[in-house]
Design a protein around this ligand. Sequence first.
Ligand code: GLN
Length: 191
Amino acid sequence: MPRVGVLALQGDVREHVRALTALGVEAGPVKSHEQIESIDGLVVPGGESTTIGRLAERFGLIDPLRRRIQEGMAVFGTCAGMIFLAAGVTEGTQPQLGVLDIVVRRNAFGRQNDSFEADIPIRGLDEPFHAVFIRAPWVEKTGSGVEVLASVDEHPVMVRQGHIYAASFHPELTDDDRVHRMFLDRVATDS
Ligand code: GLN
């Protein structure tokens, strides 16, 4: 059975563990170098990307995470997790893994749309997905190897680059497990 870790530095770790466990994989929080070496796939949750980045730096996890993902470990970043995986942000700098060839705009939907929900079509799913956005980023630029799986108002909100998935919404906050399942299919193929 594949083992999937949820990076447990900050953010909605428990909700992802619950969603993954319900799909029949062995899932749990990870926050040490040793744990990072022992998993087949990783979810980076939403929260606050600067906090996740700074804590990852402080605990010496940036290099091990980057290396495992570059060597092919499947990873799925949601919201702040998407920002942490990305190559850059439109404003300022913050610790990022830079494994996903996108530039993201943080809090992109503005104050009025701080949080919202929308039924969005996602490539690979038959029916729209009810997506919850909370101070969400959007993808401002994509590299040539990046496939856009979903957009809102023409701004990409879910992308994939091979084994690296990222969404700017929170699939762990709804009962619909199709997005987690899409990611786990990839983990199962790889492991
Ligand atoms: N606004 C947060 C950030 O920029 C992300 C919000 C979230 O993960 N729900 O890091």
